[in-house]
Design a protein around this ligand. Sequence first.
Ligand SMILES: Cc1cc2nc3c(=O)[nH]c(=O)nc-3n(C[C@H](O)[C@H](O)[C@H](O)COP(=O)(O)OP(=O)(O)OC[C@H]3O[C@@H](n4cnc5c(N)ncnc54)[C@H](O)[C@@H]3O)c2cc1C
Length: 302
Amino acid sequence: MRIESPHILRALGELGVERRPAASLAELTSLGIGGTTDLLRIRQHGHLPALVRLLRDEGIEHRFLGGGTNVLIADGELPWVVLQLIPPQPDVVVEGKTVWVDAAADLGRAVTTCARQNLGGMEGLIGVPGSVGGALRMNAGAYGTEIGRFVREVEVYRSAKGANETLREGEICFEYRHTSFAPGDVMLRARLELPVRPYEEILAGIRVCNEKRRASQPLNQKSAGCIFKNPPGGSAGRMIDGLGLKGFRVGDAMVSDRHANFFVNSGRASCRDMLGLIAEVRARVRAAHGCELEEEVIIWNA
Ligand SMILES: Cc1cc2nc3c(=O)[nH]c(=O)nc-3n(C[C@H](O)[C@H](O)[C@H](O)COP(=O)(O)OP(=O)(O)OC[C@H]3O[C@@H](n4cnc5c(N)ncnc54)[C@H](O)[C@@H]3O)c2cc1C
């Protein structure tokens, strides 16, 4: 979608929005898939309610993008604009055991910044790419750790109320790759509390997790991490692998030959290729195991 109306462009300017017309979302996502639309980047969290109100009043639909590492986006010209937060500096502030972290901050950098202040616990999250906001939305987790465990409060823009609000830990439910945030909620900032640990111990944990990732994941290929959630008590990757589907492809979308739950863009895969691969693999797992796999990747169809 291309915003061309002069009065909307003027209003965006007044809100300090940085607009990139016809941005390629393929370039903003780890899968390297996605069409084009206007990208609206906002620095002042306080301006988000006014921006969303403006878009709503003008009948312009929007989606909210973090680091783009867990989304599969439709091809072609997209019928909605994309919003993204610009991180303030500093975006991670440590006060004793408390960490204030901006939603736009890079998650891995937040983990290492905390480690340098002797705050541990999040070592397992070190290789999870993307932003803190995306991690909060997805309750990102790895190697026995999930971000939700450390959250004490989250400042959220609540689209239902049209205002920013602070949610405390008991008011948010964090489950396996699922949270109770409403679909229109935008994470702005979080307060985490982390255990104090010796730096060397945290660093050793980080190294172990990095090593495990390097040994098992196709880190040099374009992917969105695991495509499917693990079914209760099972492993989607093991089921797919067991069906001999490593290397199976639809166009340039391919089941990784390193990790069967990672689907990679091996060249110029389209969203259509990737959706075709997801549907085919899901059908085969259903036929073999009677199990309906649920996507972990967020799909933005046009
Ligand atoms: C190589 C690789 C390895 C990965 N390994 C893991 C892993 O071990 N564990 C794991 O959990 N995930 C993993 N992932 C998936 C992904 O990195 C995580 O889900 C990550 O937390 C997504 O963050 P993001 O900022 O990129 O979100 P995006 O992909 O930009 O968005 C994901 C969803 O979050 C929403 N969102 C983003 N920011 C905000 C915000 N501020 N407010 C509200 N909603 C928001 C988006 O609208 C979208 O619905 C991996 C991905 C890759 C490519």
